[in-house]
Design a protein around this ligand. Structure first.
Ligand code: T1G
Length: 695
């Protein structure tokens, strides 16, 4: 779109209205910036207007710089210069904010001379979520309007601040209810009438607040160790006590110290990745109408899924085999909803409406009229097959039958019905009312419209749906199953579980594999190993001996207060019996332990993850590398600033990864094999990023 189409000017009396119309979110693209600059210059030159009102068409005010332009050849005017020009305008500007004024959008508003907002509007500086910081004066002008603590809060949390709070903070001057154009016109007329004061933000002094700066530094060192952008953001805000142009220069330097870093590239990849995964072959299909849900199983997953559906406004019929189980499920759901109210995620009125929307029964016939059923019972194929056989006779025609299985064969389950086209996997992650990932598992006979319905349901439940093919463990758990083996081999060969965990936490994982195992319950891993025992290749090295002994001692992690670690209250302590078990298993296997560096641990763990991810792509289980990345970012606590395992892989390069695998293969040629896709990329100079772009 050309600048004139994106930005237009309209005169109403003494007011010039500048309208920005750059769908979908009025991003600050080159055309928008050029259009805005031209408009401000022309209005000043024409000298007809006493005030300029700036507002946006569509669903939101400017939602920031155009992220899709990052990394491309920069085009003038640059945002900081443009906003200095706006601020220096002879004709004062008032901005009207609706929807979200974020990043470069809020920076535009605070460059204007007054700001009004609709009651539902929100403002924020979310650049930190992109590994950046406000780079167009936001750290300097927000500090001047609202003080250093607010500027630190917004630029470090990236949160969206509601209009009422923004008014109290001094970021906006007034809240007005009407259409954005009418609001800005009324505000502009009030400026002319002297009823709305204008100010030049750069002329406001920032009150120094060293305590806030030091507090922020301490918080970041604790909560985001090793990350660059938070440190740079604090530096920029701290510079807001300097004369404006010096502070702005300091902000620029901090911004440029973030732009193009792996950290920022990883987070921008994650931002677009969450949106790209919705681009599926079935995208054009019309989803079936889902106005009611059935959930079979009131355990952790069933009650989490029910909670998430109820929070999305969907009526839920919960089924359990026993009244006792049903009562437990209803109690868990009620507790989850209470928790959501406490966390401010839901109003009490919405909670009550959700509870009223729940039906509980021990009779599966209660599902006869629901639009979609999600089975979330124990992970045993026989039980699931029996349930789907029954559902096939109970559910109405056109109802969708979904399984929340984490590993099992959806095609085998679908074959238990006469309507395999209506069957798919909807694999939620625990806790299901909090985790945003949903693997939508597509069976060989699943109807495309049923797949589209799975994605529509994901969006409605505020989940990020990722399309997965059928194999043992789909995308996430298949890859997890592979790289967890390397964690067990590392311990067998000499590393301590605690070292493995802290090395990976240093890499950025929220928790290392042994802490995760203890959280999820070591008995789950134990049952999986036993389930796969019969099919484990003879030449495969068995890494589960240590974990088996823990479970066989009844130590299954947090739920038994003992696993790899011991849990006393909120304390996590070393398990005094663990070393004995490790030494025992090593001795039986004739292993002489050797030392591993943290770097070696991370390299092996990540190379294993990347290898299996490449094979998942080769097998067509995931559509693109970004789908694998989003699965790990949203479901497995993968550090967001690394962008996901395959985004991270590109920072290493295929050649180096192949060389590494070949080196490791000298120790274990069965486990370490170079995936064909990775070899091809090494030979042809390929990358996962190129694959995402269809190259
Ligand atoms: N640039 C480019 N595209 C954007 C965009 C942006 N800033 N924001 C959204 N989109 C696209 C998005 O990819 C999707 O595309 C469509 O718009 C709808 O988005 C100098 C450097 C505004 C709260 O970080 O948080 O300013 O998938 O699905 O759920 O200081 O989008 O349809 O093709 O997310 O209603 C700072 C990012 C930039 C805000 C709306 N701003 N956006 O959420 O819709 S850096 C941000 C959001 C900056 C300056 C710096 C959300 C939203 P597609 P959506 P939504």
């Amino acid at each position: 779109m050309s600048e004139t189409q994106v930005v237009s000017v309209e005169y109403v009396g003494d007011v010039a209205l500048i309208c920005i119309d750059n769908p979908p979110v009025n991003a600050g693209s080159a055309a928008m910036r050029q259009g805005l600059q031209k408009a401000v210059q022309e209005v000043n030159a024409e000298g007809k207007a006493k005030v300029i009102g700036v507002y946006c068409a569509g669903r939101t005010f400017v939602a920031g710089a155009d992220i899709s332009e990052f990394g491309k050849a920069p085009q003038q005017p640059f945002m900081p210069d443009l906003y200095n020009e706006v601020e220096a305008s002879g004709v004062p500007l008032v901005a009207a904010i609706h929807g979200t004024a974020l990043g470069g959008g809020l920076e535009l508003a605070v460059s204007c001379h007054a700001r009004v907002a609709l009651p539902t509007a929100r403002v924020g500086l979310p650049e930190i979520h992109l590994g950046l910081l406000p780079g167009a004066g936001g750290t300097q002008r927000v500090s001047r309007l609202a003080g250093i603590p607010v500027a630190l809060d917004l630029s470090l949390s990236g949160r969206q601040m509601p209009a009422k709070e923004a008014l109290e903070a001094g970021i906006i001057d007034r809240i007005m209810e009407d259409e954005p154009r009418d609001v800005v016109l009324a505000a502009a007329e009030d400026v002319i009438a002297g009823k709305l004061q204008t100010r030049v933000t750069r002329d406001i002094e920032t009150k120094a607040d060293d305590a806030a700066i030091e507090g922020a530094k301490a918080m970041v060192a604790k909560k985001a160790p090793g990350l660059n952008a938070p440190v740079q953001a604090i530096n920029a805000v701290a510079a807001s006590t300097l004369p404006f142009d010096e502070g702005l220069a300091a902000e620029r330097a901090a911004f440029m110290a973030c732009m193009g870093t792996d950290e920022s590239r990883g987070m921008i990849h994650a931002f677009f990745g969450e949106r790209a995964v919705a681009n599926i072959p079935e995208k054009k299909e019309t989803p079936r109408d889902v106005q009611s849900l059935g959930v079979i199983g009131g355990g952790t997953m069933g009650s989490g899924i029910s909670t998430s559906a109820l929070m999305a406004g969907l009526p839920v019929t919960l089924i359990e085999v026993s009244q006792e189980g049903l009562d437990r499920g209803v109690a868990t759901i009620t507790g989850n909803l209470e928790g959501a109210v406490k966390r401010g995620k839901m109003s009490e009125a919405k909670r009550d409406a959700a509870l009223a929307n729940m039906t509980a029964s021990t009779d599966m016939n209660a599902l006869a009229d629901v639009d979609l059923v999600i089975e979330a019972v124990f992970e045993k194929m026989e039980i699931k097959k029996e349930i789907f056989g029954k559902l096939d006779t109970i559910c109405k025609e056109g109802a969708i039958l979904a399984s929340n299985t984490s590993y099992l064969d959806i095609n085998e389950i679908a074959a238990m019905t006469n309507r395999p086209q209506d069957v798919l996997g909807l694999h939620f992650f625990s806790p299901a009312h909090i985790m945003r990932l949903l693997e939508v598992v597509v069976g060989e006979k699943t109807d495309p419209a049923v797949v589209a319905t799975g994605f529509a349901l994901a969006k409605r439940m505020k989940k990020v749906g990722v399309r997965a093919g059928v194999c043992d463990g789909f995308i996430g758990n298949r890859i997890l199953g592979h790289y967890l083996k390397v964690a067990s081999y590392l311990v067998l060969d000499g590393a301590h579980p605690d070292q493995v965990d802290s090395a990976l936490e240093g890499f950025g994982f929220a928790m290392g594999p042994h802490r995760v195992g203890d959280l999820a319950g070591l008995d789950i891993g134990y049952m999986t190993r036993k389930r796969l025992e019969a099919t484990r290749p003879a030449e495969e090295r068995y890494g589960g001996a240590i974990a088996d002994r823990l479970s066989e001692n009844g130590w299954n992690g947090r739920k038994t207060a003992k696993g790899y670690y011991v849990y006393e209250g909120r304390e996590t302590l070393t398990n005094p019996d663990l070393n004995g078990i490790i030494d025992e298993v090593r001795a039986e296997a004739g292993i002489t332990p050797k030392a591993f560096t943290d770097e070696d641990i991370v390299d092996r763990y990540m190379t294993a993850m990347i290898s299996e991810a490449a094979r998942v792509l080769e097998d067509g289980i995931a559509l693109r590398p970004v789908d694998v990345d989003v699965v790990f970012l949203m479901g497995y606590g993968f550090p967001r600033h690394r962008g996901g395992p395959l985004c991270y892989a590109d920072t290493i390069g295929a050649k180096k990864l192949v060389a590494r695998i070949e080196a490791y293969a000298s120790e274990d040629a069965h486990y370490w094999k170079v995936p064909a896709l990775l070899q091809k990329m090494a030979d042809e100079g390929g990358s996962f990023d190129k694959l995402n772009k269809g190259k």
